[in-house]
Write a protein that binds this ligand. Sequence first.
Ligand code: SAH
Ligand code: SF4
Length: 402
Amino acid sequence: MTRVLTTTSAAPASSPPGALFNIIGASDDDVRKALIERGVPDKQTRMRAAQLTRWLYVQGATDFDAMTNISKEMRTLLKSDFSIERPEIVDEQISSDGTRKWLLRLAPSARTVNAPEIETVYIPEPGRGTLCISSQIGCTLNCTFCHTGTQKLVRNLTSQEIVGQIMLARDRLGDWPNAEASGDQSHLPRTERKITNIVLMGMGEPLYNFDNVKTAMDLASDGDGLSISRRRITLSTSGVVPEIGRWGEESGTMLAISLHAVRDDLRDEIVPINRKYPIAELLEACRNYPGLSNARRITFEYVMLKGVNDSLAEARKLVALLAGIPAKINLIPFNPWPGSPYECSDWAQIEKFADIVNRAGYASPIRTPRGRDIMAACGQLKSESLRQRASVSKLESAEAPV
Ligand code: SAH
Ligand code: SF4
C-alpha cells in the first residue's frame, strides 16, 4: 500500500455553504439562474453554461483563467462569485493491486463545526476502470454486515459533492486530455479514459438521496460533458421499493439490488429495510424496472456470510427466486471490518454456491476482492478519522437525519 498524499490541516479548504456558487455538479438550469442573478443577460446564459460545461467536464479546467474563449470581464465575475473547487483530499491510498481510495473532507453544514468526510474508491481492471462513489455521509439503514451502517448519518451529499468525487478522481488519475496521473500508473487500464464506469456503491443509500443523485448522474452522463454512458452507471440499492421504478424511468441507469438473503426472516435481520419492503415486493419492482432486457440486466448482489446465508439450499432458492428476471448474480466475499459480527464463507463453500448459480446460466458470479490492504472494499467504507474521533460523531449525531 502506498500513502500518496495526506493533509493534516484542521479546517476544510472548501468554502462554507452559500459563500460562492459551486458550478461543479450544479444543474445547467441552476448555473444559468445563478448567472442571471448576477446580472448576466438571460439570452447569454445558454452559451455561457455550454462554455463552462466544455471547460469543466471535457477539458478538466481547474482555473477560470484557463477559459480563454470567455471574456476577461466574464471571467472576473466568475472568479468573484463562483467556485470550481473539488472536495478536499485528506488522504489518498494506493493498494498493491492498483485500487485507490480517497478520503475527502467536505464543507461543514450550517449546524456543525466539524467537516464531514466521505470515501471514494477507484478500481482499475484491464479493459475498464470503475469509480465507486458515495451518496450520503454514513447511512440510516443498519445492514448488520456493513461498516457504513454503523456510522450515524450526518447528511445527504449535494449534487456538487457527488460530481466532485468524479472530478477529483479524474484529476488524480490524469483522466483529462493531456493530463498526467499521480502515483504508480502501472495498473491503470490502457483505455482512452481511465474512468469508464461508475457505481453508486460507496457510502449511503442513493435512493434516499434521489434528487441530488439524479442531478449528479444526469451531469455524469451528459454527452456534452463527462459523457459516461448511462449503461455504464449502476445504482445499487438495499431495496427502497417505491423509488426503484421512478429511478429507472427518470435516470435510465443500470440497477443493482443488495439481496443477500432468500428468506424474509433472514433478510429482515441482515438488511432491515426488508421489514418495510419484503423480498416479493422488491422482486416485483425489479420485474417492472424500465428498460429491463437480456442486454440490460439487473445485478443481484449477495454477500457470502459463513453459516448465515451460504448453504447450497439457499443457492438453489436464489436461482429459483430470480427465474424470469433478466439478471446477473454477484457473489461478494464478505469483507470483515474491525468488530464485524460475521466471517466470510469458506472459499470452497463459495465455489460450490457459485457452481449452482453457474449451472443455472449465470456467468462468473464471484466478485474478486480488491483493495483489501487499504480497506477499500465494499461495505468497509467509513471515514477513518470519524472512527478515531468518537467526539466528532457525538457532535454530529445531534444533527437531524435527512
Ligand atoms: N446502500 C446501497 C449501496 C452501498 S453498499 C446498497 O446497500 O446497495 C454497496 C454494496 O456493498 C451492497 O451490496 C452492500 O450490501 C455491500 N456490502 C456492504 N458491506 C459489505 C461487506 N462488509 N462485505 C461485502 N459487501 C458489503
Ligand atoms: Fe446502508 Fe447499503 Fe450499508 Fe445497508 S449495505 S447499511 S443500505 S450502505
